[in-house]
Ligand binder design. Structure first.
Ligand code: CA
Ligand code: CA
Length: 236
C-alpha cells in the first residue's frame, strides 16, 4: 500500500452494541459511512474530514435506528487511523482503542468514552478495578446513540519506520499491556493479530475481539510500503 495517496489510507475498527442484529448493523454502517464520507469530501484538512465523516456516520446510524423498531438502541464504537504522507490522524468515539507501539514501549493514544474511564479519571476506581468492573461496557459516547455527538480527533502524529499501530475493540482490554506490546513486536502484523486473539481468549473475555495491526515499514521518499492485517473472531 502507498502512503503517497493524496487522500491517505484509512483503517477503521468498529464494535457494535444494542443486540446482535443492531450491533452488527451499526458497526457495518460506521465503517461504510466513515470511509465513504471521508473519501468523498473535497476538504483539504484531514482532521476536519475525519470529524465530518464520523458525524455523518453518526447521523446515518441514528436515523436508521429511529426508523426501524428492531434496531432501536443500536450504536457502535469507531476508532479510525488515517495515514497520509509522514503523519497519522486518529478519529475516535467509544471504547475501542488505538495504541502506538515501538521498541520503547506501548502507548494508548485514545481515551475510552466509558463510565468506568470517567470514574478512573475522578479517582473513584483504579485501572485494574475498571478492567473487570461489571459496568465496564457502559459507554457515555457512541456512534448512533444520540443525534448530537462529539468526536475526538488526534492530528498529525509523526510516523516513523518500525512503528506499529494497533486498533482494537475492548475484547482485548483484559490482556496485560506488556503482553500486547511483546506480541506486536515479536511478529509480522498477521501473526501478531493471531497472537493477540489467542491472548484475548486466554484471558477469558466473553466478548468478540477485533484487532488491526499496521506496521510502518518505510516512509514516502525512502520507499513506501505499509503492512496491515485484520483479524476478527466471534465467540459465545
Ligand atoms: Ca464492551
Ligand atoms: Ca466489545
Amino acid at each position: 500500500m502507498d502512503l503517497t495517496d493524496p487522500s491517505g489510507l484509512l483503517f477503521i475498527v468498529a464494535d457494535g452494541m444494542g443486540g446482535h442484529l443492531g450491533g452488527r448493523e451499526a458497526s457495518q454502517m460506521a465503517v461504510h459511512h466513515i470511509a465513504e464520507r471521508f473519501y468523498a469530501a473535497s476538504l483539504r484538512h484531514p482532521a476536519e474530514k475525519l470529524r465530518r465523516a464520523f458525524l455523518a456516520a453518526n447521523a446515518a446510524i441514528y436515523a436508521r435506528a429511529d426508523a426501524d423498531p428492531t434496531l432501536q438502541g443500536m450504536g457502535t464504537t469507531a476508532t479510525a487511523l488515517l495515514l497520509r504522507g509522514r503523519h497519522g490522524w486518529i478519529g475516535h468515539v467509544g471504547d475501542s482503542r488505538a495504541y502506538r507501539i515501538t521498541e520503547e514501549g506501548i502507548e494508548q493514544l485514545t481515551q475510552d468514552h466509558s463510565q468506568v474511564e470517567e470514574m478512573v479519571r475522578r479517582n473513584l476506581l483504579t485501572r485494574e478495578q475498571a478492567a473487570i468492573h461489571p459496568q465496564r461496557n457502559v459507554l457515555n459516547r457512541a456512534l448512533g446513540a444520540r443525534a448530537e455527538m462529539e468526536v475526538d480527533v488526534i492530528p498529525r502524529l509523526p510516523l516513523q519506520p518500525d512503528q506499529r499501530y494497533l486498533l482494537c475493540s475492548d475484547g482485548l482490554a483484559e490482556v496485560p499491556l506488556d503482553d500486547v506490546r511483546d506480541a506486536v513486536l515479536a511478529h509480522p502484523p498477521q501473526r501478531a493479530c493471531d497472537r493477540l486473539v489467542q491472548l484475548a481468549n486466554a484471558h477469558g473475555g466473553h466478548d468478540n475481539v477485533t484487532v488491526l495491526v499496521i506496521q510502518i515499514n518505510q516512509l514516502p521518499g525512502r520507499g513506501r510500503r505499509l503492512l496491515q492485517s485484520l483479524k476478527r473472531i466471534r465467540r459465545g
